[in-house]
Design a protein around this ligand. Sequence first.
Ligand code: PGA
Length: 255
Amino acid sequence: MRPPLVIGNWKMHRTASEALALSRSIRKGLSVARQVEVSLAPPFTALGTVRDIIKGSPILLAGQNVYWEPEGAYTGEISAKMLAEIGCAFIIVGHSERRRLFHESDEAIAKKISAALGAGLRPILCIGEAFPQRQKGLTNQVLARQLRRALKGLGKNAIRNIEIAYEPVWAIGTGRNATPDQVGDAHRLIRRTLGHLFDENRAEQTRILYGGSVRPDNAAELAAVDGVNGLLVGGASLKAPDFLRIIRCFIPARR
Ligand code: PGA
């Protein structure tokens, strides 16, 4: 298993000059963190700036979205090759905000994952149930379906290059995180499903992150859940001290 991964998803926050200051503070505070993989996902316009700031540090760059075609007349879109060349290691795919606000389907998400893998990027596939689905007892069904559809048609080895993020829709940006029990159950189901889709050994090696209202005061508890291999952090990644505290939850000596 690779080290735990903590990724900061800045969403549509921070101009390039603001991103410079934020990534610099994070880099400065991170001298200790070799046991954790850390990644920053700024908006496209700040990728180059953040790349220059984190150069030579263990921090890796991530994109927030990608289009699946290699190039062409797709005004406003960005290809996987463009993201790879600018220095991205990861790409967030299937975030619930994209599914909900931009009508991204599972089929579109599957194409994005293939394109990302083809360009040597590691997709972080986000899946999660909405609150009414949880209330109706459909959580497992929804998660398994999202995984099946997004990962359809991939070879057995592909899962080695993919991370999964369990992000219950009702927990994102609401201040209401999932409980450790809910997270543990979802992560077990996800790993079991990956075992069926690929194979059990590879599923054991896959990093499964939790995301949704992760804050410095709940991160240690969430990081300690069996089967949690990292965190996807939105709002709390916009403040360097908060993000650094979250990262440190994965460094045993500093807990
Ligand atoms: P949040 O966002 O931490 O602000 O809830 C998480 C995410 O959207 O990935």
